[in-house]
Design a protein around this ligand. Structure first.
Ligand code: NAD
Length: 329
């Protein structure tokens, strides 16, 4: 008789900080779909309760309104922590830069302490911003970066670098089981039109029949990862043995901002029937990187993961969400 193998994953209780944000709320949905229980933590600094409304009657989801800069209560029975709490868009992280640094450092420390006391694994979400304006292209994990420590982006970039250093210190000094994801530009449903991030801003402008505004000449490049690729990457990293160091989670496709703008204008016009809008150019932002593209050799090797959603498909799904949102309000 063939042996019956139970392939169902064990049901875990997972803490997700930043659960009301763009990525956090998508990760919560993903984990619930996988059959886990989730405790979401957020203080709504840049997130929205609307992102969790659909879970109100889901018994497998609990929510704790809490600022991670303060020590967390004793959460019983938690098996894993994903730390996503931190404003990610310049509009939000520059509003209160001291608080951003505190969230990165004190907040991450509180979660590392929780992981330490409970002897559980913690995945911290870092960012491609740790590479700054890179002098190596594409960026592998062993590149140390080129970051300005004394400028308007420093509270986020250096905060995230300090948080990585803290994860390293807790692993070395206290044996905490850490995972670090360096996430590259991610987009998709629930990214707020008003938070200044390029994909959602372009879509919102095109749908409102307003010109798209490019800061700089449009020649700088970015790589855009659809949100479901990112959540799968984070989940694979959490489940992997790779505690040695950070892993890039991003889409290696590289586009100029000009190309992204033109593609968005085309797809929005096609989906909405609106005439195509134009592009206006504004002065470049301070310390804005010129190029950005992940080298994902390590993720392919240690996680067996790579993104699967092409930009055009991801854009279409995101535009659909924006259209639905505007109909329901
Ligand atoms: P987001 O701003 O939409 O979500 C962040 C969430 O964290 C929000 O709900 C916010 O209210 C919450 N938060 C902020 N400070 C908090 C605090 N002190 N205590 C409790 N909650 C707090 O951002 P996002 O795009 O969902 O990003 C999530 C994480 O992923 C962030 O850590 C960000 O640095 C990282 N990341 C995101 C991207 C991206 O492209 N989206 C890229 C690189 C890294």
């Amino acid at each position: 008789m063939p042996k019956i193998v139970d392939t169902k994953e064990p049901e875990l209780k997972i803490l997700v900080t930043g659960a009301a944000g763009f990525l956090g709320s998508n990760l919560v949905d993903f984990l619930l779909e996988k059959g886990h229980n989730v405790i979401g933590v957020d203080n709504f600094q840049s997130g929205s309760s609307q992102n969790l409304d659909h879970l109100k009657n889901d018994a497998r989801f609990e929510f704790l309104s809490h600022n991670i800069q303060d020590a967390l209560p004793d959460l019983v029975g938690v098996h894993q922590i994903y730390n996503l709490a931190c404003p990610a868009s310049p509009v939000h992280y520059q509003k209160d830069p001291v608080s951003t640094l505190n969230t990165c450092f004190l907040g991450t420390q509180n979660l590392l302490e929780l992981a330490r006391s409970k002897r559980i694994r913690i995945l911290h979400t870092s960012t491609s911003e740790v590479y700054g304006d890179p002098s190596i292209h594409p960026q592998p994990e062993h590149y140390w970066g080129n970051v300005n420590s004394f400028g308007p982006r420093a509270c986020y970039d250096e905060g995230k670098r300090a948080a990585e250093a803290l994860c390293y210190a807790y692993r070395e000094q206290h044996g905490v089981d850490i995972r670090i994801a360096r996430i590259f530009n991610t987009y998709g449903p629930r990214m707020r039109p008003s938070d200044g991030r390029v994909v959602s801003s372009f879509i919102a402008s095109a749908l409102a029949s307003e010109d798209l505004k490019i800061t700089g000449d449009g020649k700088s490049t970015r790589s855009f990862q659809y949100v479901t690729d990112c959540t799968q990457g984070l989940y694979s990293l959490m489940g992997s043995d790779h505690s040695q160091g950070p892993v890039n989670i991003g889409n290696p496709g590289e586009f100029t901002i000009q190309q992204l703008a033109e593609l968005t204008i085309d797809v929005v016009s096609h989906m909405s029937g609106h005439p195509k809008v134009s592009i206006t150019y504004l002065p470049p932002l301070v310390d804005d990187p010129v190029v950005r593209r992940p080298d994902i050799t390590l993720a392919r090797k240690v996680l067996g993961w790579e993104p699967v959603v092409p930009l055009q498909d991801g854009l279409r799904r995101t535009i659909e969400w924006h259209i639905d949102q505007s109909r329901s309000h």
